[in-house]
Design a protein around this ligand. Structure first.
Ligand code: GLP
Length: 251
């Protein structure tokens, strides 16, 4: 589904990383207050760390109750267990779930270590659908335009699946991996369609290194070349929260 750029996704431009983190945390908190049984997915990477800290502060201050929410992981490397120091699930557990007091039974983990990963990917999608799909997806933006691990080439119709990571993503991942550990080159990820079916989507973007990719995501015609550009096909339920540096090429 290629087409003209619509680019009418609302973009909330805030001063800096801290303001982006606070604004994103507020969207999550408001969504949970409106529906305490929210089904949501949160990203990994460095971008959401400030949002996680802001959410943990709200929980500890008694301003936010996450105890009835259900969390789905977005993506995970194939062949990496959650207790592996390089695991994305482990990252989410350490940086958010444990400090926020979220119980293990509230978290669905991507089954990227199943014997049959393809069947397991379909099962993960089915588990999500059985709960009515995602109410909220908070996403980061990869340097090559990926959302979750939907790499360039990901089609609008894609669902949870296993795919090969691009050399660029392997390089990006290596910054987070223990030195000397070979980075897994395949991952399981929720698909573009899985994400676009969410009730609400928030893309958080910070820093000038992401400015060009954010511009392409919002201004280029939607295509698999820049997976985040598919968000333009659901502008009514999408919000971009970007700091001034990330938004600097939006004009
Ligand atoms: C990672 C994850 C994405 C994340 C993105 C950006 O590889 N698979 O879910 O949003 O890349 O990471 P960062 O926030 O560190 O730039």
């Amino acid at each position: 589904m290629e087409g003209q750029s619509v680019s009418d996704i609302p973009v909330q431009v805030v001063k800096d990383y801290e303001a982006m983190s606070a604004a994103a945390a507020e969207v999550v908190a408001e969504s949970v207050r409106a529906n305490p049984e929210l089904v949501l997915a949160l990203p990994t990477g460095s971008t959401p760390l400030g949002m996680f800290q802001a959410l943990v502060r709200k929980v500890k201050a008694g301003e936010l109750d996450l105890s009835r929410a259900t969390f789905f992981c977005l993506d995970e490397y194939v062949g990496v267990e959650p207790d592996d120091p390089n695991s994305l699930t482990g990252w989410l557990l350490r940086e958010f779930m444990e400090p926020a007091g979220i119980r293990p039974d509230q978290l669905h983990m991507v089954p990227s270590n199943a014997d049959d990963v393809h069947a397991a990917a379909q099962g993960y999608e089915a588990d999500l659908l059985a709960l009515g799909g995602l109410d909220l997806a908070v996403l980061g933006l990869g340097p090559n335009g990926h959302i979750a691990f939907n790499e360039p080439g990901s089609q609008r119709e894609s669902r949870t699946r296993v795919l090969a990571l691009t050399p660029e993503s392997v390089e990006q991942s290596s910054a987070y991996w223990a030195p000397g550990t070979p980075v897994s080159t395949t991952a399981m990820t929720m698909g573009i369609s899985t994400l676009l079916d969410a009730g609400r989507i928030v893309l958080i973007v910070s820093g000038d290194a992401k400015a060009e990719m954010l511009r392409r995501s919002l201004k280029d015609a939607p295509s698999a070349d820049v997976p985040a550009s598919w968000l333009q096909t659901v502008p009514e339920k999408t919000l971009v929260i970007a700091d001034e540096a990330a938004a600097s090429e939006l004009g």
